[in-house]
Design a binder for this molecule. Structure first.
Ligand SMILES: *[C@@H]1O[C@H](CO)[C@@H](O)[C@H](O)[C@H]1NC(C)=O
Ligand SMILES: *[C@@H]1O[C@H](CO)[C@@H](O)[C@H](O)[C@H]1NC(C)=O
Ligand SMILES: *[C@@H]1O[C@H](CO)[C@@H](O)[C@H](O)[C@H]1NC(C)=O
Ligand SMILES: *[C@@H]1O[C@H](CO)[C@@H](O)[C@H](O)[C@H]1NC(C)=O
Ligand SMILES: *[C@@H]1O[C@H](CO)[C@@H](O)[C@H](O)[C@H]1NC(C)=O
Ligand SMILES: *[C@@H]1O[C@H](CO)[C@@H](O)[C@H](O)[C@H]1NC(C)=O
Ligand SMILES: *[C@@H]1O[C@H](CO)[C@@H](O)[C@H](O)[C@H]1NC(C)=O
Ligand SMILES: *[C@@H]1O[C@H](CO)[C@@H](O)[C@H](O)[C@H]1NC(C)=O
Ligand SMILES: *[C@@H]1O[C@H](CO)[C@@H](O)[C@H](O)[C@H]1NC(C)=O
Ligand SMILES: *[C@@H]1O[C@H](CO)[C@@H](O)[C@H](O)[C@H]1NC(C)=O
Ligand SMILES: *[C@@H]1O[C@H](CO)[C@@H](O)[C@H](O)[C@H]1NC(C)=O
Ligand SMILES: *[C@@H]1O[C@H](CO)[C@@H](O)[C@H](O)[C@H]1NC(C)=O
Ligand SMILES: [Cu+2]
Length: 643
């Protein structure tokens, strides 16, 4: 697929000097179902662009305008498009997040996105922000060419997108994932890693050439390790920020991150070399459904020579380039002390419906009834009052131009790549992997690590297991911005907060198009009033969307795991355990039970005794019919697979 650039660039004469007018690129995209077989192993339904897969790569020049007419040709799903990493100065309405900055685009509707890229350069990407949909194929790369010369030399520029690939559709996986029969929140397991949308990819190179490779992880789940046989990466950019060159054999790239690297090819063209990708196995609850953890791609100097063998390595985990130590170019001083600090603890836990959710400070994100930007624009003087935006959007109102520090304490044992919309942030501190500690080690403000003099800037940063990070940015971009885990499964579990940045300037400088409002109307979604759709009394949140009730006090996640599994063991035998990929742990129920406290054991034993009563009381939620239904589906499906 070639770069698509549909525009006419006009040249005007002004007072004798020649000015190139910034170009406008118009893309007419219809999202519709089609089929594709990117890994050569399985043909499946994918979201196509005007019937084609993959979606187009787009290349624009700094200062250009992008206009996307996105039509939803999917009869059964809403859609949207977010341009990852773009600042959207004064065009917050086109940031593409359903119920935050727009309404989801329902079937047969079109939303026109219209914005400029005045002050950014490098690799970005676009993707649907609707319910994990981008993992069904709705992603594409974006390159913004700098109008200045980059601070390095190269001969050729090449794009490389990487992502994990599932043989199942997202809409099929979500109800199995967000289900009380998956109480540990085990993420669905992908089958392979793709290299530029294929398995066993090839990259034809010329000898003695310096390539600038724009590497973009367009996946929704897995981080990847990258290494090459007998070649090295020189990192010169991350997330669209130039950095001082750093040579490395191994790169670790989370979903949504980008690395710009220089690769100089050999003079000798007699053989070909391996370009390896490896899944971060620590993110997989099980490997049962993985077809290959490692993928071997080829750097092809000579198409008639044999393709390379797998090239394994012992050091690929320990010797990765630690992005924390990269220095932006030009250098930028660390920001002065913060004006406002947001401290948020990550936790994964079960609520009363048995589903495993993700929390920041015990709040799991639940979309409001009115898109938050719509609330800002209709809240008048109340726009600075966070109550307007509701409880479960977890809003923080930021003051114009203040220095904001976000401290993320990760009480979970997994890594999470967090992304901030509308900004790049300075990375002041990132704690090491504390997987082996008996519990999480939070950021200790009284003993902060001295931040680098010129901290790295980027828009997506991972936090280590049971550890923390600390980032800063200046609130100089009025808008409603998401801060969320970019693992789509975790976003679906609610791992997000809402930043309402300088709402008075949003009101003064921004509005929404009539087309934007029409999309809401077509979807039956109100776009004015508070989070509860109250336009009369903005501080009355009666009827707002809230998270499911907490588990009864004293009854912990371990308890519900044990309870669910003890029920399962009786009703379904091992079947469901297998489908959730826990076949590796045949005695999970016993294992969990043995870890329970004596009180929990007692409580659980009582639960078992009262199982019938308990079932009838639980039905009051009205959702248990659905749960039963999906449990039945799971059973038959599992039987089907087992045979
Ligand atoms: C996009 O669609 C509009 C309206 O249908 C049409 O006028 C325009 O020519 C199309 N542009 C491109 C680049 O296809
Ligand atoms: C990919 O390469 C591996 C060996 O590296 C081979 O086993 C596999 O069949 C190949 N897959 C496809 C789809 O070509
Ligand atoms: C054109 O783009 C340049 C950056 O490349 C920017 O400085 C300038 O403001 C833009 N002009 C207009 C009219 O948007
Ligand atoms: C969308 O448009 C098609 C063709 O006009 C029509 O058949 C279909 O019913 C429409 N779908 C919805 C949800 O309106
Ligand atoms: C895009 O926005 C610019 C600036 O507001 C406006 O002049 C232009 O007409 C818009 N284009 C479309 C297609 O809406
Ligand atoms: C990946 O695909 C793009 C087209 O989208 C192509 O320009 C590029 O050369 C490919 N990259 C590699 C490493 O083959
Ligand atoms: C590769 O070839 C170029 C000229 O063709 C030469 O200048 C260079 O020194 C060679 N590099 C190596 C590593 O031999
Ligand atoms: C994948 O590659 C790593 C690093 O070379 C190696 O240690 C591991 O054994 C490989 N895994 C498989 C399943 O081949
Ligand atoms: C390169 O990265 C390593 C850490 O991986 C760091 O120690 C070193 O200072 C970096 N060098 C430069 C020039 O950025
Ligand atoms: C996270 O762990 C720390 C350290 O154990 C603890 O103080 C804090 O309360 C925990 N946060 C949550 C939300 O559980
Ligand atoms: C989260 O909830 C736990 C128990 O319900 C409580 O101990 C803790 O203080 C809460 N943490 C925060 C940050 O609200
Ligand atoms: C929002 O409020 C309006 C006016 O009270 C009402 O007509 C509409 O049904 C409400 N919509 C939703 C989704 O709550
Ligand atoms: Cu996450």
């Amino acid at each position: 697929m070639n770069f698509v650039s549909l525009f006419a660039s006009a040249v005007f004469l002004f007072g004798g000097s020649v000015l190139a007018e910034n170009a406008t690129h118009v893309y007419n995209w219809t999202a519709q179902w089609g089929t594709a077989n990117p890994d050569g192993l399985f043909e499946r339904r994918v979201v196509t662009c005007n019937g084609e897969y993959p979606w187009p790569a787009i290349k624009v020049t700094q200062g250009d305008r992008i206009v996307v007419n996105l039509s939803n040709g999917l009869p059964d799903q809403n859609t949207s498009v977010h341009f990852h990493g773009l600042f959207q100065h004064d065009t917050n309405e086109f940031d593409g997040v359903p119920m935050l900055t727009q309404c989801d685009i329902p079937p047969n509707e079109t939303l026109t996105y219209n914005f400029t890229v005045p002050d950014q350069h490098g690799p970005y990407w676009y993707h649907s922000h609707s319910k994990g949909q981008y993992m069904d194929g709705m992603v594409g790369p974006v390159i913004i060419e700098d109008i200045e010369k980059p601070p390095y030399d190269y001969d050729e520029e090449v794009l490389l997108t990487l992502e994990e690939w599932y043989h199942k559709e997202v809409s099929e996986m979500i109800p199995e994932f967000l289900n009380r029969f998956n109480p540990t929140g085990a993420e669905p397991i992908p089958q392979v890693l793709l290299f530029n949308n294929t398995l066993n990819g090839t990259w034809a190179v010329k000898p003695d050439t310096t390539y600038l490779l724009h590497i973009i992880n367009t996946g929704g789940f897995l981080s990847q390790y990258l290494w090459m046989e007998d070649h090295t990466f020189t990192v010169v950019g991350v997330d669209g920020i130039y950095v001082e060159p750093n040579e490395t054999d191994y790169i670790y790239i989370t979903v949504a991150q980008r690395y710009d690297v220089l690769i100089h090819t050999k003079n000798d063209t007699s053989r070909n070399y391996a370009f390896m990708q490896s899944m971060d196995e620590t993110m997989l609850d099980t490997e049962t459904e993985v077809i290959s953890i490692n993928s071997t791609n080829a750097i092809v100097y000579n198409a008639s020579a044999p393709m390379p063998q797998e090239y394994l390595s012992d050091d690929y985990i320990d010797d990765i380039l630690d992005d924390f130590y990269l220095t932006p170019s030009p250098k930028e001083d660390a920001m002065d002390d913060y004006d406002y600090q947001i401290k948020i603890d990550v936790l994964m836990n079960n609520l009363d419906d048995g589903v495993n959710y993700a929390f920041f400070n015990n709040i799991t994100y639940v979309a409001p009834k009115v898109p938050t930007l719509g609330s800002v624009l209709s809240a008048g003087d109340f726009s600075t009052n966070d109550l307007v935006y509701g409880t479960n959007t977890h809003p923080f109102v930021l003051q114009k131009d203040e220095i904001v520090e976000i401290v993320v304490n990760n009480n979970d044992t997994g890594k999470h790549p967090f992304h901030l919309h509308g900004h790049v942030f300075q990375v002041l501190e990132r704690g090491p992997d504390f997987s082996d500690a008996p519990g999480p080690i939070p950021y200790n403000e009284s003993a902060p690590y001295t931040a680098p003099e010129y901290p790295l800037l980027r828009d997506t940063l991972y936090v280590n297991p049971q550890s923390y990070f600390r980032i800063r940015f200046k609130a100089d971009n009025p808008g409603v911005w998401f801060f969320h885990c970019h693992i789509e499964w975790h976003l679906l579990q609610g791992l997000a907060i809402t930043l309402v940045e300088d709402p008075e300037s949003i009101q003064a400088r921004q509005s929404v198009t009539d087309n934007w409002k029409d999309v809401c109307a077509a979807n039956g979604v109100p776009f004015e009033g508070n989070a509860a759709n109250n336009t009369e009394n903005l501080l009355d949140l009666t009827g707002q969307n809230l998270q499911v009730k907490s588990l009864p006090s004293g009854f912990t996640a371990k308890g519900i795991v044990a309870m669910v599994f003890s029920c399962l063991a009786g009703i379904l035998g091992c079947a469901v355990i297998c489908i959730y990929g826990m076949a590796d742990i045949p005695n999970l129920e016993e294992k969990v039970y043995s870890e329970l406290s004596p009180e929990e054991k007692k409580m659980l034993d009582n639960e078992d005794d009262e199982e019938d009563d308990d079932d009838s009381t639980k039905k009051k939620e009205g959702s248990s019919e659905e749960e039963k239904k999906s449990a039945t589906n799971i059973t038959s499906e599992t039987v089907g697979q087992a045979i």
